[in-house]
Design a protein around this ligand. Structure first.
Ligand code: NAD
Length: 504
């Protein structure tokens, strides 16, 4: 049984935790590890280490910070396979998918390697006679990141590379469901030469989150997770005077216009709906087929779904792994019943999908947390399978009589993370890009996750706060701007003037 603990001040914590959580292998349903849960004392210890480290790290030259970042990048590359394997063991996703998340996280590290350029300010000579002005951005101090289970490496990497490169020190609170990746990452930072205390990890649950939100020495919090918790973190963090960006849940629509390439659209719907078992915040969960192509599109989707190979993430044949926990699998499956009860058609029932090479657990209720890909057709906006974020392998298909009706559906959603349109009509696509009230839009691209040099974030209930994450908005979030107005004495200096400083 693996023991997973905190990482504080450059080394694993060696105390005795009062509370623990079980960590599962979702492919077998077996408990494989125990993770320590931090209380206020452990959070305080980590924040103290980060406070101490901040005093020196903020003064380290940009060149040195960049070189530590480059070294970390090299080590991440060297250990990418090991990291992906750890993710598969605790999350369940197939290893190619886990490797993909590592490489998307790596892109943010690479972006952060350019920190000397990213922190360049502006300079204006002679804003008034003999006076110059310039702007600088300075680190905010100790910042915290609270992350979800679905990307145990990538989502933390949306946060800490830029936070650290900007001169802050960091306390990460990963998901208690798949905590091991954070510790491998911490050890790679140490090997890269990051001073002790700049990067810390506290494991745990709500107790640790509340200790972070209430800690007076934490200046900013980045959160990614479900909408109710994002709202909670935003409200409590800002009430405590912190800067907060809190990214929440999603319900991403894919609109398919009648002129779309239906094979491309069906491939995209299946890939984006069932990749990582639908446990992605940018997964497509609602396909909106604009009349008259609904039946044809559903038939092409269901053909493809039947061929999806479901099995353990570590089995090379698998395309889709298990869900994260048994209760989550049961909750996701309950939407198949509620959908039918509320009038939808169950076009594909994932509960009877074959699972290849599955290892059975000890108990009868054991075994992996399996649910195959499912499709609910003729879904309407009133049904709970549509209004709720399911976060699993259930694709809902809605029919819309027109482009306008499809856009109304997209914009009527309380979420605004991602959306996509499939069409061969450039004018319609352009109009959709303009009209969709959504943070990230794809045109014939189902999962439009921005590259590291743009920023990631949704609208409405998918984001609380003003800043999107990573990219230049990330640099702004992790720094405070300062404008300096400076005059060096010359013969024109002198005389008291109580007037407002205006430019004469
Ligand atoms: P979650 O909200 O349950 O947990 C996220 C974090 O909050 C975890 O670290 C968890 O320990 C902590 N937490 C859980 N309950 C808490 C509580 N009551 N009080 C304080 N902290 C609490 O989310 P999850 O199930 O781990 O992840 C899935 C969710 O994350 C989905 O809703 C998904 O859409 C969302 N997500 C969003 C994005 C995005 O970029 N918008 C990205 C990934 C995941």
């Amino acid at each position: 049984m693996k023991h997973i603990t905190h990482w504080i001040g450059g080394k694993p914590w060696d105390g005795e935790a009062e509370r623990h959580g079980d960590v599962y292998d979702p492919a077998t349903g077996q408990v494989t590890g125990q993770v320590d849960f931090a209380g206020p004392a452990e959070v305080d210890l980590a924040v103290g280490a980060a406070e101490d480290a901040f005093l020196t790290w903020r003064r380290v030259s940009l060149a040195r910070r960049a070189s530590v970042m480059f070294a970390f990048r090299e080590l991440l590359l060297d250990h990418a396979t090991e990291l992906a394997k750890l993710i598969t063991e605790e999350h369940g996703k197939v290893t190619t998918d886990a490797a993909g998340e590592v490489s998307r996280g790596l892109e943010v590290v690479e972006f952060a390697c350019g920190i000397p350029h990213l922190l360049k300010g502006g300079y204006s000579e002679n804003v008034s006679t003999g006076i110059d002005s310039y702007s600088i951005r300075q680190p905010v101090g100790v910042v915290a990141g609270i992350t979800p289970f679905n990307f145990p490496a990538m989502v933390p990497m949306w946060m800490f590379p830029l936070a650290i490169a900007c001169g802050n020190t960091f306390v990460l609170k990963p998901s208690e469901k798949d905590p091991s990746a954070s510790l491998l990452i911490a050890s790679l930072w140490a090997e890269a030469g990051l001073p002790d205390g700049v990067f810390n990890v506290v494991q745990g649950d709500k107790v640790a989150v509340d200790a972070i939100l209430g800690h007076p020495d934490i200046k900013a919090v980045s959160f990614v997770g479900s909408t109710p918790i994002a709202r909670y973190v935003y409200e409590n963090g800002t009430r405590a005077g912190k800067r907060v960006q809190a990214l929440g849940g999603a319900k991403n629509h894919m609109v398919v216009l009648p002129d779309a390439d239906l094979d491309l659209a069906a491939d995209a719907a299946v890939s984006a709906g069932f990749g990582s078992a639908g446990e992605r915040c940018m997964a497509i969960s609602a396909v909106v087929a604009v009349d008259p192509i609904g039946d044809e599109l559903v038939s092409r989707i269901t053909d493809r779904v039947a061929r999806v190979r479901v099995g353990p993430g570590s089995d090379e044949r698998s395309e889709m792994g298990p869900l994260i926990t048994g209760p989550h699998r049961d909750r996701v499956a309950s939407y198949l019943d509620s959908g039918v009860r509320e009038g939808a058609t169950l076009a594909v029932d994932g509960r009877v999908h074959p699972v290849i090479g599955a290892v059975k657990g000890d108990g009868e209720a054991g075994g992996g947390f399996w649910l195959g890909p499912s499709v609910l057709d003729h879904v309407t906006p009133q049904m709970s399978c549509y209004t709720d974020e399911i976060f699993g392998p259930v694709l809902s298909v809605l029919r819309a009589p027109s482009y306008e009706a499809a856009v109304d559906l997209v914009n009527g959603s309380r979420y605004g993370n991602g959306t996509a349109i499939f069409t061969c009509d450039g004018g319609a696509a352009r109009r959709f890009v303009s009209e969709a009230e959504i943070g990230m839009v794809g045109v014939n691209v189902p999962i439009p996750v921005p590259m590291a040099y743009y920023s990631f974030g949704g609208w409405k209930s998918s984001l609380f706060g003003d800043s999107h994450i990573y990219g230049t908005e990330g640099v702004h979030f992790y720094t405070s701007g300062k404008v300096v107005t400076s005059r060096w004495l010359d013969p024109s200096h002198g005389g008291v003037n109580l007037g407002f400083p205006v430019n004469t």
